[in-house]
Design a protein around this ligand. Structure first.
Ligand SMILES: Cc1ncc(COP(=O)(O)O)c(C=O)c1O
Length: 479
């Protein structure tokens, strides 16, 4: 595929640029660009073709089965985008006087109310722009809480090895220390290790639940009790809430604070670096520590306030409005029954697919799961030389997206499968047939796998070279 610069033809130009609306001012010579700007000269049809070609080269849930574990590649109802594009929402400005945007401010308070109901929390901030950003925000709040209570020595966060990788990274970013604890043979938190880890320096626990192996921790109530009794706070990584929303509430399990990945659990596509929203919810005890721009309802309308012991601003203005607007649309569209049936379907789909595959692939942790499951291809690799990567590339030839590979790190040759809750049994059966066929082919003709995919838009790429010699900038002839 040609880059936009390679489509450029000297002398072509696009006449559709709107005329400048402000007076043109002559700049002083010192402020002027010394060299011509590298802009491609392409007529409008070529631009349109360029973007169509780019869209055709990508794969999304509208193209086919997309079971990307840990990412919840949800089908996004089109009404969400219609709402986000609605001019009364799309054309507002963050510096507009509050009395002119009261309808939009209601999006904050209504979304907060619904998310409180779903999670069992008391307040939400929408400032954080991604899941990891929500983790960071929550940790700053936990830290501020202990400092306010005269216990600054509480700077250790307990993170089980089944946590999402961003958890320990966020701890480090927040200037705290990670205490790693192992999982037991069921993939749950090792209770004895937790008891040994808590102490006077414990700030809290970060629990990804369901964890990265797709398991709901069966000891969850005991876990939160142990941490509370030691004086710590319980933080719930709710990026996997897709498995429990409308069925169980972290607030009822003893958690004090949670982040949600609105951009996966509550629609808006996840991945590709698009906008996200890592909304953070907390119980009353932490409400005063929320970031700036907390919306409250007053006699004269809704206004933003700064909570008493606020950790400050973690994002410009109030966060990614269009993402939580989509989340609100999604929740209202589904209603309370729809929300719980979405998570039940997610869990049912994953268990069905796991059940159909467990006789051919190793399943490290039991044979049931929440919304996603992990299989290990270690044995297949030993027997045939065909790796998890080879199987994933083979899947691409069947107009399906492969599962997440080599994650979690605790499972060798891992494939992590998360079938979207909206998939029919027929689609899942098709996927199962492909996985089984590839497993048979791996035993019959293993050498063929190293060239896969043969029919995808982009064939096997040299990943080592791409990592070692990344070419991320176009080299202009003129340079
Ligand atoms: C369990 C879990 N926690 C945290 C994150 C981080 O979220 P983000 O990628 O939006 O920063 C993810 C990502 O999907 C996740 O699955």
């Amino acid at each position: 595929m040609k880059l936009i610069f390679e489509r450029s033809v000297e002398g072509y130009y696009n006449e559709m640029v709107a005329p400048c609306e402000v007076p043109v001012v002559e700049l002083p010579e010192t402020m002027k660009r010394q060299k011509a700007l590298h802009l491609p000269s392409v007529p409008q049809p070529e631009i349109s073709r360029h973007y169509t070609e780019l869209a055709n080269a990508t794969f999304g849930i509208n193209n086919g089965f997309y079971p990307l574990g840990s990412c919840t590649m949800k089908y996004n109802p089109k009404i969400n985008d219609e709402m986000a594009a609605y001019p009364a929402f799309a054309n507002i400005h963050p510096l507009q006087p509050e009395h002119t945007v009261q309808g939009s401010l209601q999006v904050f308070t209504r979304t907060e109310r619904l998310l409180n109901e779903i999670t069992g929390m008391s307040a939400f901030t929408f400032q954080p722009a991604a899941g990891a950003h929500g983790e960071f925000t929550s940790l700053l709040m936990i830290k501020a809480y202990h400092e306010k209570n005269g216990q600054p020595q509480r700077n250790k966060i307990i993170v089980p090895d089944s946590a999402h990788g961003t958890n320990p990274a966020s701890v480090a970013m927040a200037g705290m220390i990670t205490v790693n604890i192992p999982s037991d043979e069921y993939g749950c938190v090792d209770i004895e290790a937790l008891k040994a880890a808590v102490g006077a320096d414990t700030a809290g626990l970060m629990l990804t639940n369901p964890n990265t192996a797709g398991i709901f921790d069966k000891n969850i109530l005991e876990i939160t009790k142990i941490v509370h009794e030691a004086g710590g706070l319980n933080y719930y990584d709710g990026a996997n809430l897709n498995a429990i929303m409308g069925v169980a509430r972290p607030g009822d399990m003893g958690f004090d604070i949670i982040h949600l990945n609105l951009h996966k659990t509550f629609s808006t596509p996840h991945g590709g670096g698009g906008p996200g929203s890592g909304a953070v919810g907390c119980k009353e005890v932490l409400k005063d520590f929320l970031p700036d721009y907390y919306p409250v309802v007053t006699d004269t309308g809704i206004t933003f306030t700064t909570p008493k012991y606020s950790i400050g601003t973690v994002k410009g203005f109030y966060g990614q409005f269009s993402v939580f607007l989509r989340a609100l649309t999604y929740v209202l569209f589904l209603g309370s029954e729809g929300i719980s049936s979405a998570s039940k379907s997610a869990v049912l789909n994953a268990n069905y697919m796991l059940h159909e595959l467990k006789d051919i692939f190793d399943v490290p942790y039991g044979d049931s799961c929440m919304h996603e499951f992990v299989i290990s291809l270690e044995k297949l690799k030993k027997e045939t030389g065909v790796s998890a990567l080879d199987i994933a590339k083979g899947i691409l030839d069947h107009q399906m997206y492969p599962p997440t590979m080599y994650f979690p790190l605790t499972v060798p040759e891992a494939l992590m499968v998360e079938p979207p809750e909206t998939e029919s049994k027929a689609r899942i059966d098709e996927a199962v047939a492909v996985y089984r066929q590839l497993n048979d082919a791996a035993h019959a003709q293993p050498e063929a796998f190293h060239d896969y995919p043969l029919h995808a838009k982009i064939h096997r790429v040299d990943e080592v070279r791409a990592a070692r010699q990344p070419i991320v900038r176009y080299k202009f002839d003129r340079e």
